[in-house]
Structures are given as structure tokens and as C-alpha cells.
Design a protein. Structure first.
Length: 253
């Protein structure tokens, strides 16, 4: 087991980010990685993203390019030409106006394949950008989850990972997985009124329940372990993830 973990962590995962986006290669890697317990897989994902990708210049460049590609999918620009009169010489000039449009239910079919293709080699980067956007724009939840139809099981495993080791959840700055985002210690769980759940936590709760319900093949062990640890720390706010009245219940799948 130890030799297998070393090969996966030092060779297979780092090389994946440098390969062309090929779902076949990803699925072959998943056949090996899924044999490991979830807490070992999550530790390897954490080391891959924080140690390997950030320390290697080539991988850092690939990481930046991937982040740029997924931002183009989530938020793209179009240019409108507007004709305006010039009061001085009575000539007309063309003024370009840039408008920001986001992924929506109307164009999800167009961009779902692109999202799947971008996520094959560097899923942690892709999901980090997505989770940042979801915390700011909760209306993206449904189209984003629908666009996940081409995400591989390996990609879903990274999305759901807790980066936990022996039941301890790492408190990380970046939010490259669902539970990393939920466990952020720098964000208040409640609004300023002290009674209602914060909007960012609401958005993540809706997204978490929706994605687990729509794609039931995602392993639940990580998210349930996270909630259990939060309860041990006397934090009950994250139970909103399991609330079935206003949010999609994880257990409804």
C-alpha cells in the first residue's frame, strides 16, 4: 500500500496535469486511485495542489491557464456596437460596450462539454474557481450542477474531498473542494442580524445537496465525516447541509 501511495502521489497525479485533456486517461487513473481509502486520496489531492503544482513552474503555468479557461466559461464577454453622434464635427462614431454574461440554464448545453474537458487534467483548479463564484452568485447553482454531466468520477471525488487525515479537517485558505469551502474559518456562519444563515453558507448548502442528489455516485463518507467533526466542535450551523425543507437533502438521493 505504501509504495502504491508513493507512486500515485509523486508520479501519476502530477503527470495528469501535463497531459492533454483525455477522459480515457483520467478513468484509467481513477481505477487505481479509487482503491485507496478516502482519507488517503484526499491527502494526495491536497499535496498535489498545494505542494507539487505550486512548486513546479511548468505546472504553475498550466494551473493559471486552466483557471483562465474556466473563468471564460463561467463569465464571458460580448461586445455591442453603439452608434453615437459627435457634436463637434457631426460625424458618427462607433463605441464598443462590453457586457458580462454568465453561465445560465439557456446556454448550459453549450458549455457543459467545455467544462468537462477543462476539468479532466486539473479538476482542483476548476472547482476552486467554481466554488468561489457560487458563494457570490447563488443563481449559478442549477446551471453549474447541470453542466457537470461530463465530469468524471475522479473529478467528483476531488470536488467532494475534505483533505482530511485521520478525521482532522484541514483549515485551508483556498476553497478548492466543497468541504474546504464549508470549513473556512474566516467567514461568519451568520448574517449581521445574528439569526439567519450567511448567504455564502446558504449557497454552498444548496450546491452541496443539489450535486449529491443529481450525481449519487459521489462518495458521502467525506462530507458526513466533516459534519461529524463540526458537531464535535460544537458547530451546528453546517447542519444546514442536511436540511431538507429549504435545501436539497443529501439523504434524498
Amino acid at each position: 500500500m505504501g509504495e502504491m501511495v508513493r507512486v500515485v502521489g509523486t508520479c501519476l497525479l502530477p503527470s495528469l496535469g501535463l497531459l492533454p485533456n483525455n477522459p480515457g486517461q483520467v478513468l484509467q487513473l481513477w481505477e487505481v486511485v479509487q482503491l485507496l481509502p478516502y482519507h488517503i486520496r484526499y491527502r494526495l489531492y491536497f499535496e498535489w495542489r498545494t505542494v507539487v503544482q505550486d512548486s513546479n513552474p511548468v505546472m504553475a503555468l498550466v494551473k493559471a491557464n486552466t483557471a483562465n479557461d474556466i473563468r471564460k466559461i463561467l463569465r464571458y464577454k460580448i461586445e455591442n456596437l453603439t452608434i453615437i453622434p459627435d457634436n463637434n464635427n457631426h460625424k458618427k462614431k462607433k463605441k464598443k460596450k462590453k457586457l458580462n454574461r454568465r453561465l445560465s440554464s439557456d446556454n448550459v448545453k453549450l458549455y457543459s462539454r467545455q467544462m468537462g474537458k477543462v476539468s479532466h487534467s486539473n479538476p482542483a483548479v476548476v472547482f476552486g474557481i467554481i466554488l468561489e463564484q457560487l458563494q457570490a452568485y447563488d443563481n449559478l447553482v442549477i446551471p453549474v450542477v447541470d453542466a457537470f454531466k461530463y465530469i468524471t468520477p475522479f473529478g467528483f471525488d476531488i470536488l467532494a474531498c475534505t483533505h482530511s487525515l485521520h478525521g482532522i479537517v484541514f483549515k485551508l485558505v483556498r476553497t478548492d473542494s466543497i468541504i474546504e469551502a464549508l470549513s473556512s474559518p474566516d467567514k461568519p456562519r451568520l448574517k449581521e442580524d445574528g439569526t439567519n444563515i450567511a448567504s455564502w453558507l446558504n449557497g454552498l448548502a444548496v450546491f452541496t445537496g443539489t450535486v449529491y442528489k443529481k450525481y449519487p455516485g459521489i462518495e458521502l463518507a467525506g462530507i458526513l465525516n466533516y459534519i461529524s467533526n463540526q458537531l464535535k466542535n460544537h458547530n451546528t450551523y453546517d447542519l444546514v447541509i442536511l436540511k431538507g425543507k429549504n435545501y436539497c437533502s443529501l439523504f434524498s438521493c
